[in-house]
Design a protein around this ligand. Structure first.
Ligand code: 13P
Length: 250
């Protein structure tokens, strides 16, 4: 059985006190969420300690939104995988399209980040997804296939077993435009098939999340698809009501 996951990527939103309040609100309602759904909260780095404290007696897990591509040392402004793990994270989001686009993260950078995250016991949530022009040109399978092969194909099966994949079409992020359940299922099935080329049966065990304008109104239809194992939620993760409603949508 694949793990069902609903992860909230808070991006660069909330101040630490607001983040702690949001985390408290979410865990106070966690009993409304089916017990087989793993909730993950990914606040900004500056809130990790406070959110870790807020969720410590719950089943929710903590994630960072990024980590450095170097181990330690003179890399001003960076935060290492070891620091994130020490702050209480069990997950780290890697390769989000905003990182690829605005901070020029390449597969080479992401290979380093992935190796460091795994070496520090973190479970990477590895994001893939095509831009609008790539979908319109019918290149979405090529783009997503390359993002999988260039990074995930470098892992051992043991490492791959701890990875979560998130498919987030760039044209659906923060735009209010969601992929249809059919479009999302089609590419999730493609991702699983691509993983199977390298990892065989293990691909059936990997959770693949959908992200991009996922909200209470569309989560149920998306999560009902065979290869969609949950969601990576942006805007709707900033409201406890919406986040809990999404997590109840399986
Ligand atoms: P939205 O849910 O705001 O579209 O963001 C999705 C996302 O990028 C999550 O990582």
């Amino acid at each position: 059985m694949r793990k069902k996951i609903v992860a909230g990527n808070w991006k660069m939103n909330t101040l630490p006190a607001e983040g702690a309040t949001l985390a408290h609100e979410i865990v106070s309602r966690i009993t409304e969420v089916p017990s087989d759904v793993q909730l993950i909260l990914a606040p900004p780095f500056t809130h990790l300690d406070r959110v870790a404290e807020a969720i410590k007696d719950s089943s929710a897990a903590l994630s960072a939104q990024n980590c450095a591509d170097r181990d330690k040392g003179a890399f001003t402004g960076e935060v290492s995988a070891a620091m994130i793990a020490a702050a209480g994270c069990t997950y780290v989001i890697l390769g989000h399209s905003e990182r690829r686009e605005y901070y020029h993260e390449t597969s080479a950078t992401l290979n380093s980040k992935m190796a460091l995250a795994l070496a520090n016991g973190l479970r990477p949530i590895y994001c893939v997804g095509e831009k609008l022009e790539e979908r319109e040109a019918g290149r979405h399978f090529d783009v997503v296939g390359a993002q999988i092969r260039e990074v995930l194909f470098n892992l051992t099966p043991e490492q791959m077993a701890s990875v979560v994949v998130a498919y987030e079409p760039v044209w659906a992020i923060g735009t209010g435009k969601t992929a249809t359940a059919e479009q999302a299922q089609e590419i999730h099935a493609f991702i699983r098939k691509t993983l199977a080329e390298k990892y065989g049966w293990l691909s059936e065990e990997i959770s693949i999340l959908y992200g991009g304008s996922c909200k209470p109104a569309n989560a149920r239809e998306l999560f009902a698809q065979k290869d969609i194992d949950g969601g990576l939620i942006g805007g709707a993760a900033l409201k406890a009501d919406d986040f809990i409603a999404i997590a109840r949508s399986f």
